[in-house]
Design a protein around this ligand. Structure first.
Ligand code: PEP
Length: 247
């Protein structure tokens, strides 16, 4: 039985002042939910997240890491640095990084491997655009995005988390129906099983894309949906916790 994980992706939002009440609210509500909680905050706020959440049931993490170990990579943040702030998770290959920063499938795979090498759990995002879905290419896109990641993580497959995030559903208010999402989650698990059947049953596959308190229950009821990666609704403690309560 896989534990449910509800992870927040704050994106480039927040301030020291607003984060304080959000973190306190999430921490206070964590005991009343039947799911593992995590917040992936902007890198400058990792120390704040650590101070606010240490000793609680809520894990914290980052939204990206460098594929490099260390050195002359201005502006980048290494996996070891995230480890210094006791991060457990790091999002890798979010569609906003793929589209605005030109991240390729190969780079995403390198980042996933780097995260594992630094003791972090990568939350690897995959998902098709609206155009790709309309062309009937969803399965091919997801399998193509996954393949280099699975090569790169090799025998550590059981240590990653995957998030299926249809790009057309992110921040748009459009959600995949539970059946549409389940179909892709099942494909992802089948693809993992071709590499390692045991690990495939253990890997948490999250759904992301306009998951909200009012649609979370139906999505989380699907057999291969093991949690959510939550953008907009993770910025309000009450909404984030309500999604977790639906688990
Ligand atoms: C995300 O950015 O990962 C996401 C799922 O965003 P939203 O929930 O706002 O669609």
């Amino acid at each position: 039985m896989r534990a449910t994980l509800i992870a927040g992706n704050w994106k480039m939002n927040g301030s020291l002042a607003s984060n304080a009440s959000l973190l306190d609210g999430v921490r206070a509500g964590a005991a009343s939910v039947n799911a593992r909680l995590a917040v992936c905050v902007p890198a400058p706020y990792l120390a704040q997240a650590r101070a606010a959440l240490a000793g609680s049931a809520v894990a914290w993490g980052a939204q990206d890491l460098s594929a490099h170990e260390a050195g002359a990579y201005t502006g980048e943040v290494s996996g070891a640095m995230l480890g210094d702030f006791a991060c457990q998770y790091v999002i890798v290959g979010h569609s906003e990084r793929r589209s605005y920063h030109g991240e390729t499938d190969a780079l995403v795979a390198q980042k996933a491997a780097r995260a594992l090498a630094c003791g972090l759990t990568p939350i690897v995002c995959v998902g098709e655009t609206l155009g790709e879905r309309e062309q009937g290419a969803t399965d091919a896109v997801v399998v193509r995005q996954l393949a280099p990641v699975l090569d790169a993580v090799a025998s550590h497959l059981g240590k990653i988390v995957i998030a299926y995030e249809p790009v057309w559903a992110i921040g748009t208010g459009k959600t995949a129906t539970p059946e549409m999402a389940q179909q892709v989650h099942e494909l992802i698990r089948r693809t993992l099983a071709q590499r390692d059947a045991g690990a495939a049953q253990a890997v948490q596959i999250l759904y992301g894309g306009s998951m909200k308190p009012d649609n979370a229950k139906e999505l989380l009821a699907m057999p291969d949906i093991d949690g959510g990666l939550i953008g907009g609704a993770s910025l309000k403690a009450a909404d984030f916790l309500a999604i977790a309560q639906a688990a």
